[in-house]
Write a protein that binds this ligand. Structure first.
Ligand code: 5GP
Ligand code: ZN
Length: 118
């Protein structure tokens, strides 16, 4: 997909509005439009990487994405109660947007991993 057609590139560029939570030189974080927990924030690298595999080839930016996720947990006051950092990949994980993104989830008791309802 051309980056010009990428939803998250448009959000980073401010062409599509978003609820900003935190940003750094290399990352941008905003609230998920369809939250799955009391706190549900997406952290994206400013550079377009298709998925976690591509992002892992840029270790500094991967580390920045994770560090931003942890910083958000502190900022949102869920670092002590607990939180989950997730990269979805592929159909079985229900992935829908093809610009690498880290989900930060918390703010309430989360379900277990794995199967629906599990
Ligand atoms: P994925 O399923 O690809 O791991 O996650 C994509 C996430 O992006 C979903 O949780 C979805 O709710 C969120 N999302 C999709 N479109 C938008 C949007 O336009 N704005 C925001 N803030 N989140 C979006
Ligand atoms: Zn993109």
């Amino acid at each position: 997909m051309p980056e010009s057609d990428c939803l998250f590139c448009k959000i980073i560029a401010g062409e599509i509005p978003s609820s900003k939570v935190l940003e750094s030189d290399t990352t941008y974080a905003f609230r998920d439009i369809n939250p799955q927990a009391g706190v549900h924030v997406l952290v994206v690298p400013r550079t377009h990487y298709e998925d976690a595999e591509e992002l892992a080839k840029a270790p500094k930016e991967l580390a920045d994405v994770i560090a931003t996720g942890v910083e958000i947990a502190k900022q949102e006051g869920i670092d002590q109660s607990g939180f989950r950092l997730v990269f979805n990949t592929g159909e079985h994980a229900g992935r829908t947007v093809f610009h690498a993104h880290l989900h930060v989830l918390g703010g309430e008791q989360l379900g277990h991993f794995g199967r629906p309802g599990g």
